[in-house]
Design a protein around this ligand. Structure first.
Ligand code: PLP
Ligand code: COI
Length: 358
C-alpha cells in the first residue's frame, strides 16, 4: 500500500507528555486514514494531521452503529526501540469484526504496515515511564449519508494513537465488581465476539448503576441462562483455584476473544499452572469464593493487562477475594506478560514486533 505523508502545520504541533498520562485523552499529531468504495476498494491511504472528521449528519455510523475498532499498544524497550505485542492478532480480529458487521476487510499486512509507519513518525510519543505505553486505536466506520437500514457502501478506516498510563484509577489495586441480575452485554448469535461499539453502548447503563453503588466494573453473565460468567467490564476474566489452577470461560460466541486472555492461557501453562477453559456457574463461583477454593480473580485485557478483582457484589451481598489484595498469580502473570511486552525478557513465543527507532 502506498501511504501519502501529508505535511503538518509546524506551528500547531503538540509535544508528548512525560507523566500523568491518563487513558485515552491525549493523542499524537498524526493519524492514518483511508477510504473504501465498491468501485475503488481501499484508496487514498494517508498519514496526516490528527484532526476532526467532517461527516454528513445522515451518515450511517451515527444512526445504526456500523463500526468496529481495535486496541493494542506500543511499548518502549530498555534499548530505546519499540515493541508491538501480537499485533497480527489484532489485525485478524479487526477483519473478523468487519465480517460480522458486514464491512469490508482490510489487507492485514497493509493495516499493520500503516500502524508501524505511524509509530515510526510518532515514536517520540511512546512513553518511557513504568507501566505507560502508546495505545493504538484502529477504527472503521460506515460513511454512506443515507438513513435506509442496510450495510453502507462506503467506509472510512483510521488509526489514532496516544500515550496512556494505567486504565483504572485503582492502578494494580483490586477493582470492586458488580454482578447485575438484570442487564446483559451480549448474546450468542449477537455481536459479543466482535469489537463493535454497540456492545459497549449496551454496557453503559449498568456500568453507571454499578458506579453509583461503589463498584467500578460489571461482571457479565450469559444472556440465555443469566448464569454463566462471560467477561468483566471490557476484559476477559480468569479465576484461580487453590493458587494453581487458572480457569477462564470458553469462547462460546458472546465473548470477545482477547489477545491477553490467549497469552495468559499459553504463559500460564508454561509457568506450571494448570489452565482450563470451562463454563463457570455464578452461584458455584460465589460459593467457591466463600469457601476459599477460589483464591484469586482477575480481568485481562490490553488496557489494564491484568486487573485483580477484590470483591463481587451480588444481590446485596459482598464476596471478598484474597482479602481485597492483589494475589500472587495475578502479580506473576502481570510481571511475565509486561516483561515480554516491554522487551525486558526473552520473547520465547515470537509475540513481539520490534520497531527500530533508537
Ligand atoms: N473483552 C472486551 C469486551 C474487550 O473490549 C477487550 C479489550 O480489547 C477484551 C475483552 C480484552 O481483549 P484484549 O486482550 O485483546 O485486549
Ligand atoms: C482493553 O484493552 O482491555 C479494553 O477493553 C480497552 C477499552 C478501552 C475498550
Amino acid at each position: 500500500m502506498d501511504i501519502k505523508i501529508v505535511p503538518l502545520d509546524e506551528s500547531k504541533l503538540r509535544t508528548p507528555p512525560t507523566n500523568n498520562f491518563g487513558f485515552g485523552n491525549t493523542f499524537t499529531n498524526r493519524m492514518f486514514k483511508q477510504w473504501y468504495s465498491p468501485e475503488k476498494g481501499w484508496h487514498d491511504a494517508q498519514i496526516g494531521p490528527y484532526e476532526p472528521i467532517c461527516l454528513d449528519p445522515a451518515t450511517a455510523v451515527f444512526h445504526y452503529a456500523q463500526e468496529i475498532f481495535e486496541g493494542t499498544k506500543a511499548y518502549r524497550r530498555p534499548d530505546g526501540n519499540i515493541n508491538l505485542f501480537r499485533p497480527w492478532e489484532n489485525m485478524k480480529r479487526f477483519n473478523n469484526s468487519a465480517r460480522r458487521m458486514a464491512m469490508p476487510v482490510v489487507d492485514e499486512e497493509d493495516h499493520l504496515g500503516a500502524i508501524v509507519k505511524l509509530i515510526e513518525l510518532e515514536h517520540e510519543w511512546v512513553p518511557n515511564a513504568p507501566g505507560a505505553a502508546l495505545y493504538i486505536r484502529p477504527t472503521m466506520i460506515a460513511t454512506d449519508p443515507a438513513l435506509g437500514v442496510h450495510a453502507s457502501k462506503t467506509y472510512l478506516h483510521f488509526v489514532i494513537v496516544g500515550p496512556v498510563g494505567s486504565y483504572f484509577k485503582e492502578g494494580f489495586n483490586p477493582v470492586p465488581v458488580y454482578i447485575s441480575d438484570k442487564y446483559r452485554r451480549a448474546v450468542k448469535g449477537g455481536t459479543g465476539a466482535a469489537k463493535t461499539g454497540g456492545n459497549y453502548a449496551a454496557s453503559l447503563l449498568v456500568g453507571e448503576e454499578a458506579k453509583a453503588k461503589g463498584y467500578s466494573q460489571v461482571l457479565w453473565l450469559d444472556a440465555i441462562h443469566g448464569r454463566y460468567v462471560e467477561e468483566v467490564g471490557a476484559m476477559n476474566i480468569c479465576f484461580v483455584y487453590e493458587g494453581k489452577r487458572i480457569v477462564t470461560p470458553p469462547l462460546t460466541g458472546s465473548i470477545l476473544p482477547g489477545v491477553t486472555r490467549d497469552s495468559v492461557l499459553t504463559l500460564g501453562k508454561d509457568l506450571g499452572y494448570e489452565v482450563a477453559e470451562e463454563l463457570i456457574d455464578v452461584h458455584e463461583m460465589l460459593a467457591d469464593i466463600k469457601s476459599g477454593k477460589i483464591t484469586e480473580v482477575f480481568g485481562c485485557g490490553t488496557a489494564a493487562v491484568i486487573a485483580p478483582v477484590g470483591k463481587f457484589g451480588y444481590r446485596d451481598e459482598e464476596y471478598i477475594i484474597n482479602n481485597n489484595e492483589p494475589g500472587p498469580v495475578a502479580r506473576h502473570m502481570y510481571k511475565e506478560l509486561t516483561d515480554i511486552q516491554f522487551g525486558r525478557s526473552e520473547d520465547r513465543y515470537g509475540w513481539t514486533l520490534t520497531i527500530q527507532v533508537a
